[in-house]
Design a protein around this ligand. Structure first.
Ligand code: SAH
Ligand code: F3S
Length: 479
């Protein structure tokens, strides 16, 4: 999920409302996917009760936490550089400072950080954040502390996240944790554990609370949201063992979407990420039924070749994916569709790669996130397949699909010319302080002159011009 976050936000340190009685200072940075940014809000909420206020000045911090990503080797290298930086500050300016790693790299490397590398004081996996107060007590007594136990139940449903670095308009609400899919290239099932869903009641309460605080759009988060299944708690894989009553009253993802859409009919609802094998027609139909569920589906496919899809353990074929795309277009004609793609997976031939190109031509995605394959230790592909595609070939294939995607984005953006779109204003445009910037239902950025509107307003905007990825328009009326 790394890609969902705007690149400019990677590594952003987070600030929350300051509590006067809190005397300790926390510097917390997040890398990787939206789930990590959302988890940092849970961590901040837990630590604010432990006497911490956040700071954006590394040098001032009593505690430095970095929420880490393991999805590709490059992500881990970025974090290693940050750890070096923290240690330099600790050595030169602030010897009492404690450093902790959270998230996927903590889970993947476990005690290695403490034993071999000795660069951190604290290692906490994604399911152990409630143990932070105890772990910190250990650290304060001069001992290293670690908890990387993965849980069958933990969803943090009972913790009300502190919204950090928020625009006050859009927020993430996590609905599932972990992933059971075992795509052969992916480290997530190992770092985030088995899939479990959060109590719908607590999800709705969080959404209602956000609405009351003025938020206008939420994104339901999970590694594979369509696989959401609530039957009173427990792992998705144990649903077979549930009682008849539990089975009869279980809540699926489409049920949950409907509950959310009805709970706050004016709140925009988004969700991410969908997995093609689990995205069912009833989800698409529910999207069509409720105006406030945004017409955008992020639908990673990874490859257009059936042979590679199989080797990746993606449980659908190219043809099934195309049929799904046809169904989406039939049920929601103006639905935006975006992709994740990997090039250079082991054994990928030019012919396989051309299948990816032709699939992209078929769908003409609105936008996408494209990567070269990065071998991850411990994954099925990492153990059983040689990373045999030379780096220059990977790079060239990546460039080819990035260029193609740019062409497609431009075609898709141009489709909106001269139409009227509903925009939710999020912030001032980066390019001009006389313009607002917001997004359409389809997740396309739209800028327009400010007029009397303010952040958080829904506005009907007539699109008069565009660049390859941004709509430019004039406000017509409040929406
Ligand atoms: N289901 C998740 C996917 C997480 S990983 C979600 O919610 O988005 C995000 C993307 O990173 C994947 O879709 C895939 O395209 C890419 N990715 C994952 N593992 C990778 C690897 N080993 N090398 C290159 N890209 C990878
Ligand atoms: Fe990774 Fe596949 Fe799950 S990409 S997060 S194992 S759906």
């Amino acid at each position: 999920m790394e890609k969902i976050i705007d690149e400019s936000k990677q590594g952003e340190s987070l600030v929350l409302e300051q509590k006067k009685e809190n005397t300790r200072k926390l510097f917390i940075e997040s890398y990787g996917c939206s789930m990590n940014f959302s988890d940092s809000e849970i961590v901040a909420s837990i630590l604010t009760k432990e006497g911490f206020n956040t700071t954006q000045k590394l040098e001032d911090a009593d505690l430095v936490l970095v929420n880490t990503c393991s999805i590709r080797d490059k992500a881990e290298q970025t974090i290693r550089k940050r750890l070096e930086k923290y240690n330099a500050v600790k050595r030169d300016n602030n010897p009492k400072m404690k450093v902790g790693v959270l998230g996927c790299m903590a889970e993947r490397l476990k005690t290695k950080f403490l034993e071999e590398e000795k660069i951190v004081d604290l290692v906490v996996g994604p399911d152990a954040y409630k143990d932070l107060p105890n772990l910190l007590a250990e650290v304060e007594e001069g001992r290293d502390a670690i908890n990387v136990i993965l849980s069958k139940e933990e969803t943090y449903g009972d913790i009300s996240p502190v919204r950090l670095n928020s625009n006050g308009v859009t927020a993430f609400v996590s609905i599932t944790r972990g992933c059971d899919n075992m795509c052969t290239f992916c480290v997530v099932p190992f770092t985030r554990g088995r899939e479990r869903s959060r109590d719908p009641q607590s999800i709705i309460e969080e959404i209602n609370d956000l609405w009351n605080k003025g938020y206008k759009e939420i994104t339901l988060l999970g590694q594979n949201v369509d696989s959401y299944l609530w039957y009173g708690g427990g792992l998705k894989k144990d649903f077979d063992k549930a009682s008849e009553l539990q089975k009869a009253t279980a809540i699926s993802f489409s049920n949950l979407l409907e509950l959310c859409a009805k709970a706050q009919p004016k709140m925009r609802i988004r969700f991410s990420t969908s997995n093609p094998q689990d995205l069912t027609l009833d989800v698409i139909e529910t999207m069509a039924k409720y105006n406030n569920i945004c017409n955008h589906i992020h639908l990673p496919v990874q490859s257009g070749s059936n042979r590679i899809l199989k080797a990746m353990n993606r449980l659908h074929t190219r043809e099934e994916y195309m049929e799904l795309i046809d169904n989406i277009r039939r049920i929601i004609p103006d639905c935006a569709i975006s992709q994740d793609m990997i090039v250079g997976f082991p054994t990928e031939t030019e012919a396989d790669f051309n299948e990816t190109i032709s699939l992209m031509e078929y769908v003409k995605y609105n936008f996408g996130y494209m990567f070269t394959y990065s071998e991850r230790p411990g994954t099925m592909a990492g153990r059983n397949m040689e990373d045999d595609i030379p780096e220059p070939v990977k790079k060239r294939r990546l460039q080819d699909i990035v260029d193609l995607q740019r062409e497609h984005s431009e075609i898709r953006t141009k489709e909106w010319l001269n139409k009227t779109v509903e925009v939710l204003i999020e912030k001032e445009s980066k390019k001009s302080d006389a313009q607002w910037s917001g997004r359409t239902q389809q997740n396309i950025v739209c800028v327009f002159p400010k007029g009397d509107f303010k952040v958080g307003d829904f506005v009907n905007v007539k699109v008069t011009d565009c660049t390859s990825a941004t709509l430019i328009g004039e406000a017509i009326s409040p929406s």
